[in-house]
Design a protein around this ligand. Structure first.
Ligand code: NAD
Length: 370
């Protein structure tokens, strides 16, 4: 399930046209942000609010502000704190005040420049301020380019629970400049690679083989651009088919996440990053797939080797498998006490909503916790 890709002569870059409630483009390329004005019609807006975080502001704030200034529109800048703590209703309230003080009205545009945190918060502000104003995503992390900027899920955390408050609200454009990735710290690169590998395992065998055949974990710009484009097409295809997570198709994107979330809960998110937890979750889901006869033993080692090559863990020594097992029961994807597992019927072929006996899950958990 892949969305259509166009090689636009006008843009000279890859463009996907996403068909949701709103039709909008995803544009992927290297160094494309410098041509920002050519990709998006700013002329219909009265004011532009650029929202970013302190780290991204230091790295790219000046250059992006200069590009936006060229539109001749009234410009304002809101800088969020770095990291998950920015995903709060307090920050959202600060955002409303900022938009109001800067006279952003229904003819205003929000530009989200940053990783998934900035995208989720800025998107939520756009979804709710004045009952909804336009926003565009300028994602700067690998994770945001391949995943979080696409599909319109926006929101914040509440009472310690991730993404408890939010909406489905599509952006007006996503402009993914892979040159941003060059400044990403290795840990953030690994987080993004976990999601890239997820697409390969659950949806795209060719992507898996492409990553598997690479000797080095470093990706050059052309490879990065192709990978980001491929993942955008995969996610766009799913989002088009199941925009508001009603038909169950979007669940394929949760491959590795049931145990991943359980690990984050069991370790209180201290020991592992999200990408690391998902990597272990994918390794465990592959073992479960093998135990129920869907996957060959040989595939398990290929999957584990690939995760390890990109610096991702496949074991979580010291974690109690029983704690993990009970945490899987509380995963938000559990319905009526039954966890619907995403398993692999071969590499590149994920299947959703699979019932799995608890002793099979326990065996896999004991193996990854050893
Ligand atoms: N909306 C969705 O569909 C969706 C999907 C997946 C994840 N998410 C959310 O995304 C968030 C995680 O996103 P993330 O991994 O991008 O984290 P993030 O936004 O916290 O960014 C990670 C770190 O990288 C820094 N950074 C960003 N761009 C940089 C660059 N180019 N160079 C150097 N440093 C840079 C940031 O300042 C931050 O410190 C979570 O809150 C998660 O819930 C949302």
């Amino acid at each position: 399930m892949m969305a259509r890709k166009e090689n636009s002569a006008e843009y000279g870059r890859h463009v996907i046209k996403l068909e949701t409630v709103k039709r909008y483009p995803i544009i992927v390329g290297d160094g494309i942000l410098s041509g920002l004005e050519g990709y998006f019609d700013f002329s219909v807006y009265f004011g532009i609010a650029l929202i970013t975080d302190t780290t991204v502001k230091k790295l790219y704030g000046q250059s992006v502000l200069a590009l936006l200034e060229a539109t001749g529109k009234k410009l304002s800048l809101l800088t969020l704190p770095v990291g998950e703590r920015a995903k709060s209703l307090n920050i959202v309230e600060r955002g409303y005040r900022f938009l109001l003080e800067n006279n952003i009205d229904r003819k205003g545009l929000i530009c989200a420049l940053g990783g998934g945190v900035v995208g989720d918060v800025a998107g939520y502000l756009a979804a709710t301020y004045l009952r909804g104003i336009d926003y565009i995503q300028l994602p700067t992390t690998l994770l945001a380019q391949v995943d979080s900027s696409i599909g319109g899920k926006v929101g914040v955390n509440f009472e310690g629970k991730k993404n408890m408050v939010g909406s489905f609200y599509q952006p007006s454009a996503i402009i993914s400049d892979v040159s941003f990735i060059k400044s990403l710290p290795p840990a953030e690169m690994r987080n993004g690679m976990a999601e890239v590998i997820k697409y390969g395992l659950a949806m795209d065998e060719e992507l898996f083989r492409l990553l598997d055949q690479k000797k080095e974990k470093e990706l050059n710009t052309a490879e990065l651009q192709d990978i980001v484009m491929r993942c955008c097409q995969l996610k766009a295809g799913i989002v088009e088919a199941d925009e508001t997570e009603r038909t169950g198709q979007r669940a394929i994107l949760n491959f590795g996440h049931t145990i991943g979330h359980a690990l984050e809960a069991a370790t209180k998110m201290q020991a592992l990053s999200h990408g690391e937890a998902v990597a272990i979750g994918m390794a465990a889901a592959a073992r479960i797939s093998e135990q129920v006869g869907m996957l060959d033993q040989g595939n398990i080692s290929s999957i584990e080797n690939l995760l390890s090559k990109f610096g991702l863990p496949i074991y979580c020594q010291g974690v109690n498998p029983d704690d993990l097992l009970s945490a899987t029961r509380f995963d938000k994807k559990t319905t009526r006490g039954q966890t619907g597992w995403v398993l692999l019927k071969g590499i590149g072929n994920g299947v959703t909503n699979q019932p799995v006996a608890e002793d099979v899950v326990r065996k896999a958990l004991m193996e990854i916790c050893r």
